[in-house]
Write a protein that binds this ligand. Structure first.
Ligand SMILES: [Zn+2]
Ligand SMILES: [Zn+2]
Length: 301
């Protein structure tokens, strides 16, 4: 299974358009690598691709990553499916990129979401322009990842509900609001777990982490007070659905996955600076901080 980190930032990316924090400033000055909002591309055959989340920046990702370009026919895409972990704009806003004329009856991609997230998105009439074949993520159940006309990607997905947060634009929580997703390659059994929003680790999450070769986890904030320290309207990490890395690090250190990675790194997070003390602590624990464009194969080699 081939995995590409298309984007590794939290909401707003790095630099964030209206932020002048230390790391945004350094990223603008070219002193730190930039981050697009978090998304992964996954493939079993390097031909058909599945996106895990689709931030508004997906259009820039299509430009930056040529493996996502159309091939052969005048119109088309190697992206067969999109899997959504959450209804927030930075996780699903890119769906609008998959729009097409009302006269075209075809679906361009499959979109996998929990029924609750799907209903939330489709309540907005703007999303009627999206050429999606909606498919249900049934919490706890493996389902095949299929293209819009049932193309086989050779991959399976399972959603694992986790404590997270309500969508920022409608602050009511629901058991299907936030999911981690496990993706498995059918032929090799190679398995990854993608959990960009986790407020609290649970026995269920621990169980699926133990069944995964690669663990890609919520690295949004280093500390609980990271936003409140710089912004009078900022909120604590926990209150917006994210366990701080300084707390999750012990849990991550105990996991046996062959590769453990933090992603969805907010622009305020000292992990953006590889020379910072928090970054050294994560590295010393044998855990990586993802960067945009990073590609891995599972199993390795
Ligand atoms: Zn997010
Ligand atoms: Zn910033």
């Amino acid at each position: 299974m081939h995995v590409v980190f298309l984007g590794t930032g939290g909401g707003g990316g790095l630099p964030q358009w209206n932020c002048n924090c230390l790391y945004c400033e350094q990223a603008r000055a070219g002193q730190l690598p930039t981050r697009m909002e978090a998304a992964l591309a996954v493939s079993a055959d390097d031909t058909a691709w599945v996106l895990l989340d689709t931030p508004p920046e997906i259009r820039a990702m299509f430009v930056r990553y040529p493996f996502l370009s159309p091939r052969g026919a005048v119109r088309g895409t190697p992206v067969q499916a999109v899997v959504l972990t959450h209804g927030d704009v930075n996780h699903c806003g890119g769906l609008l990129n998959f729009r097409g004329p009302i006269s075209d009856p075809r679906a361009y991609v499959s979109v996998y979401a929990t029924p609750w997230v799907r209903s939330l998105i489709t309540q907005n009439p703007m999303f009627e322009a999206v050429k999606a074949r909606w498919r249900d993520l049934v919490p706890g159940t493996w389902v095949p990842l299929l293209g819009p006309t049932d193309e086989d990607t050779g991959l399976l997905v399972r959603a694992v509900p986790v404590p997270g947060k309500p969508p920022t634009y409608r602050w009511e929580d629901h058991p299907e609001a936030t999911v981690a997703v496990q993706v498995r390659e059918r032929t090799t059994g190679a398995t990854l777990l993608y959990a960009p929003i986790v407020r609290e680790t649970t026995p269920d999450l621990e169980q699926v982490a133990e069944e995964s070769d690669v663990l890609i986890f919520d690295g949004t904030f280093w500390s609980d007070d990271e936003l409140t320290a710089i912004d009078p309207y900022g909120r604590s990490a926990y209150s917006i659905g994210h366990i701080p890395v300084e707390t999750s690090l012990a849990w991550m250190t105990r996991r046996r996955a062959s590769l453990r990675v933090y992603t969805h790194v907010n622009n305020t997070n000292p992990l953006n600076d590889p020379a910072s003390d928090p970054a050294r602590r994560v590295q010393a624990a044998g855990i990586r901080v993802a960067q945009d464009g990073w590609a891995i194969r599972i199993p390795e080699g």
